[in-house]
Design a protein around this ligand. Structure first.
Ligand SMILES: Nc1ncnc2c1ncn2[C@@H]1O[C@H](COP(=O)(O)OP(=O)(O)OP(=O)(O)O)[C@@H](O)[C@H]1O
Ligand SMILES: [Mg+2]
Length: 278
């Protein structure tokens, strides 16, 4: 197994000192070369999980192994595309990408960087600095940078969320093509069920916070998995039904908090006011 999570838990402390459990006893094994999509409601702990696998944060209990060894630090063997593009602001687009490429001569690095810049349609902006780019463009640079590294693992946290539909579809197809010929291990967080079905070999569904694995699907549907394929539509509906239950829990918790705040704010007011807000 490439990546193995064993009974992983992660707790944070909020500003008031209260413990927030983000991950609860997650067991997950990801094989070398596998493409796994992680789906779950907003705030459930998906980015936390990516950060733990990336070695940017450490588990509270349990362990995460990569090729049999505990993950303690970030490493060049695990490239990350964050939910929001993280580029070096003092480097241009091409310099940001070249910086991440480990091997090769200067010429080879430049050629490789240009190849991926073209792939994400940023040729005209190769000498621009991050502050000169839109959010979606920065995200495309971050994707190009991750793809240009020789790292065998790609950790992608909603990489296409900020992109327009056409760019998203183009990059989905490219990612799939790159995965098929490089056989990198891809861990891909998304909110789009259809995107997960289109890309992944396996989908892991997480509960509302703390994130627990509620269901896993191995997807045997032949590619390309077009949305009007009966099996794709059926799987999409099934996953949506599972996630709806979890999302309702999330909304209930948020509305509950709002209600408590409103109730507290109006507790000095009249009984009628309180009654109408209930
Ligand atoms: N550094 C931190 N300190 C305190 N709490 C944190 C920290 N990082 C994450 N959390 C909390 O952990 C929970 C999970 O957050 P996380 O960002 O992993 O969710 P997510 O599933 O990626 O959500 P989204 O889909 O909206 O990106 C949230 O309740 C969040 O507030
Ligand atoms: Mg997230």
């Amino acid at each position: 197994m490439s990546i193995e999570l064993k009974q992983v838990e992660k707790c944070f402390t909020d500003n008031s000192g209260n413990a927030i459990q983000a991950i609860d006893k997650v067991d997950l094994s990801i094989a070398n070369g596998e493409f796994v999509a992680l789906l779950g409601p907003s705030g459930c702990g998906k980015s936390t999980l990516i950060n733990l696998i990336a070695g940017l944060d450490s588990v509270s209990t349990g362990e995460i192994l990569f090729q049999g060894k505990p993950i303690c630090n970030p490493g060049a063997d695990r490239a990350v595309v964050f939910q929001e593009a993280a580029l070096f602001p003092w480097l241009t687009v091409i310099e940001n990408i070249k910086f991440a490429i480990q091997s090769g001569t200067r010429r080879e690095k430049a050629d490789k960087a240009l190849y991926y810049i073209n792939l994400v349609h940023l040729n005209k902006f190769k000498h621009a600095y991050p502050y000169q780019l839109s959010g979606g463009m920065k995200q495309r640079v971050a994707i190009a940078r991750a793809l240009a590294t020789d790292s065998p693992v790609l950790l992608m946290d909603e990489p296409f969320a900020a992109l327009d539909e056409q760019t998203r579809m183009m990059l989905q197809a490219e990612l799939l093509r790159i995965w098929q010929y490089t056989k990198k291990t891809v861990v891909f967080v998304t909110h789009h069920i259809r995107e997960a079905i289109y890309l992944a070999e396996r989908i892991v569904l997480f509960s509302y916070r703390p994130a627990r694995v509620i269901k896993e699907y191995s997807i045997g549907i032949p590619r390309p998995r077009v949305p009007d394929n009966f099996d794709v539509a059926q799987l999409e509906a099934e996953i949506l039904a599972h996630l709806k239950i979890e999302m309702e829990k999330a909304v209930a918790e948020e509305i509950g908090e709002e209600y408590l705040l409103e109730a507290a704010a109006s507790s000095s007011g009249s009984g009628d006011r309180m009654g109408s807000s209930i």
